[in-house]
Design a binder for this molecule. Structure first.
Ligand code: FE
Length: 139
């Protein structure tokens, strides 16, 4: 992973073989980024995406393999219990140009991942909401 800062924005490159979610968390910790937004495009050949079933508050995951374009990676950076917390969603297109999408659990870069991280001042914590079953912004 490489990055370069431009004011309050960062250009980030995540390389082949690197896992996107853990790389972005590492990047945030290294650079003391506690609040922000992430967007990106690239390619992966191994991804785990999730879908949340609100009625039972369960996450279902699915592993996807094979060459896929990351047509959109989008999400945010906040914190929970003092730790960096990333919430990322992804849309992938397969060899048939068909799209898959969901909550991003993990994805290994196959070609490259090009991201822009928009850093913001301050911090927003999260806390678990047992009515919803998710870690919500504490505002
Ligand atoms: Fe999500």
């Amino acid at each position: 992973m490489k990055s370069r800062r431009f004011g309050n924005r960062w250009i980030v490159r995540i390389d082949r073989g690197e896992e996107i979610v853990s790389s972005l968390r590492h990047f945030c910790r290294e650079n003391q980024i506690r609040l922000g937004a992430v967007s990106g495009i690239g390619a992966t050949n191994q991804a785990v995406i999730g879908s949340f079933k609100t009625a039972t508050q369960e996450y279902f995951t699915r592993e996807l393999t094979g060459d896929m374009e990351i047509t959109n990676l989008t999400g945010n950076i906040s914190s929970m219990k003092g730790e960096v917390y990333t919430h990322l969603h992804i849309t992938l297109s397969d060899a048939e140009y068909k799209a898959w999408g969901g909550h991003l659990s993990s994805a290994v870069v196959s070609g490259t991942l090009e991201a822009v991280v928009h850093e913001m001042d301050g911090s927003v914590e999260r806390e678990f909401d047992d009515k919803v079953g998710l870690n919500l912004y504490k505002l």
